[in-house]
Design a protein around this ligand. Structure first.
Ligand SMILES: Cc1cc2nc3c(=O)[nH]c(=O)nc-3n(C[C@H](O)[C@H](O)[C@H](O)COP(=O)(O)OP(=O)(O)OC[C@H]3O[C@@H](n4cnc5c(N)ncnc54)[C@H](O)[C@@H]3O)c2cc1C
Length: 464
């Protein structure tokens, strides 16, 4: 019988997956499904004391808190499909149609974010000049440029007002980044493609807000989907579903990966272990130092992917501080001068996260602003966010509970030139059989993107 690890049998042999976030766990799952036990031995190495990485859900007596992602989009089908495979169909939760409306702060007031073509044309958020400029969009010729910043692209096509009042808050609220530096081609590829194929940019734009759309009931195709017990339930199910032959190790930090005689040497807690295949499912900035001595060109390309931090501050109330409000929350453009970039009305967005008569608010600080609040005193941060909630929502009540989550390496930034760097990275990887990368820094920052990568990496490993 051939032993796993014997490369002469043409199998992937002994496989190390470094990182136990959703990328690493999904890769382990797909590999365990597709590879015969005699073909491979799989070891997943996670440096911290828990699986999930950025996915972190906590339940307290009254509230369900999400420290990282709270949902995924269903129009990218991979996350939904994996939940279904994990038997989580009954646990899926969507925003009730009544609350499918988000708002944007403008001049201190909240305005509905236009989510349909007619709302876009009528929105009081824009001046008549801004609306007129936006409706002229189909007449704007394609630029023919290979790439452009998100701001330049949107200003050119839809005008400065749409860019400032609608796009900037969306981009900062979702990607935590600066639209003037982010690449349209990599960050919002459907908009980039819409221009190139002369498709409707307005339609592509409305797709961005489609998951929150108020019209229609339970339109499954385009919605935000969460899990009743929080996103960490997907992590728990994955861990539980993995067969025994996948060895899961916590508190197993990898410090170096080198290669000799066709095998990889992986340093785990100072002990060397040999593998035939290594899959790095760690953020680009964590992977780079691991391989800098053996694969300096790849390390350099990984190091060039910038990240921004993110801070989440959430408050639980034993009264309805949102009484009378309809919707999922609001986005805050940088021009409003606030530190929060978004606030989610958690129990409106996904019911069942707190008891009747309670409310749960979750504020997100992204981009450069988050960097400033990473190491500050908790009380200072809480005071600042509470004063913003007071000014915007008139919430003065003392919360009964609160949570703060600080993520240092939170969101990769697809800056100008990202597409070219990833192409270069893939070319370099092609020359090193057995080394693979998976994660949200490649082409898609969401959970579904990570799962899609995990699947394609596992297919590549099987086919190698
Ligand atoms: C605040 C916030 C909100 C978000 N909201 C959403 C959302 O609503 N929907 C959505 O789709 N996406 C959202 N995202 C993005 C999503 O969370 C990420 O894309 C996804 O979780 C990344 O998973 P990952 O496994 O690639 O990386 P990570 O979750 O970062 O996992 C990497 C793992 O590698 C481990 N590791 C690092 N170095 C080593 C080492 N040397 N050795 C061993 N292990 C190591 C880490 O401990 C970690 O567990 C959000 C992100 C943030 C920060």
């Amino acid at each position: 019988m051939t032993e796993p690890g014997d490369r002469n049998d043409g199998s992937p042999g002994r496989i190390a997956i470094v990182g136990g976030g959703i990328s690493g766990l999904a890769t382990a799952f797909f590999l365990s499904e597709s590879l015969d036990p005699s073909e491979a031995e799989i070891v997943l190495l996670e440096s911290s004391s828990r699986f999930g990485g950025l996915i972190r859900s906590e339940s307290t007596r009254e509230f369900l808190w999400e420290g990282g992602p709270d949902s995924f989009v269903s129009h990218k089908p991979e996350a939904l499909a994996l939940c279904q495979q994990m038997g989580l169909e009954e646990d899926l939760v969507r925003t009730p149609p009544r609350h499918r409306q988000a708002y944007v702060l403008c001049g201190g007031d909240l305005y509905p974010l236009p989510m349909t073509r007619s709302a876009f044309v009528r929105t009081p958020l824009l001046s008549w000049k801004g609306r007129l400029r936006a409706v002229l969009e189909p007449l704007v010729p394609a630029s023919g440029q290979n790439d452009e910043s998100v701001s330049d692209f949107v200003v050119r096509r839809l005008g400065r007002e749409v860019s400032r009042k609608i796009f900037e808050p969306l981009v900062v609220g979702v990607y935590g980044g600066d639209p003037a530096q982010l690449s349209i081609r990599s960050t919002l590829p459907h908009l980039y493609q819409a221009e190139r194929t002369r498709g409707s940019l307005t339609k592509a734009l409305l797709q961005m807000v489609e998951p929150l759309k108020s019209k229609g009931s339970g339109k499954k195709k385009e919605s935000l989907v969460a899990l009743n017990k929080g996103m960490a339930e997907l992590v728990r199910r994955l861990v539980k579903t993995l067969p025994d032959r996948v060895e899961l190790r916590l508190e197993a930090p990898v410090t170096e990966v080198t290669r000799q005689a066709g095998r990889f040497q992986v340093q785990v807690k100072g002990v060397r272990e040999d593998f035939d295949t290594v899959i790095l499912a760690t953020p680009a900035s964590s992977s780079a130092p691991l391989i800098s001595s053996a694969f300096p060109e790849i390390a350099q390309l990984l190091q060039a992917v910038p990240y921004v931090s993110a801070v989440i501050v959430a408050f639980g109330y034993d009264q309805e501080v949102l009484a009378g409000r309809i919707g999922t929350g609001f986005l805050v453009p940088p021009s409003e001068g606030r530190i929060m970039s978004a606030c989610t009305w958690v129990n409106h967005k996904f019911p069942g996260r707190c008891p009747e008569g309670h409310d749960l608010l979750r504020c997100f600080i992204g981009g450069e602003e988050a960097g400033k609040w990473m190491s500050c005193d908790d009380e200072e941060l809480v005071d600042r966010i509470r004063s913003e909630l007071k000014a915007i929502l008139a919430v003065t009540r003392e919360p009964i509970s609160r949570k703060i989550y600080r993520w240092q390496t939170a969101l990769p930034q697809y800056r100008l030139g990202h597409h070219g760097r990833i192409e270069q990275l893939n070319r370099q990887l092609d020359s090193i059989p057995g080394l693979h990368l998976v994660g949200n820094f490649l082409d898609g920052v969401g959970i579904s993107d990570c799962i899609r990568h995990a699947r394609s990496v596992s297919e590549a490993v099987k086919e190698a």
